[in-house]
Design a protein around this ligand. Sequence first.
Ligand SMILES: [Zn+2]
Length: 87
Amino acid sequence: MEILNYNEILVKEKLNEMWKEQKLLCKCKKCRLDVMALALNQLPPKYVVSEKGELYLKANSFNLQASTDVTKAIVDAMGKVERKPNH
Ligand SMILES: [Zn+2]
């Protein structure tokens, strides 16, 4: 059992998809992690207790509102990193 931030998992999954599509940013690991950190700072933490693996299944069927919030946070974060890359 462990405690996980559900929003962190959603951001990771969504960013995986969006990162392949995006053409604005430098594709290095630093920029990607910066986007992830900025996006997570905009979202409230959503801690859940989970058996390992179980949560990943749930994350695949996350609801539309959560998906919209996460997508918006990532788009915002990408804009910030694009304007001001950290390296
Ligand atoms: Zn970079």
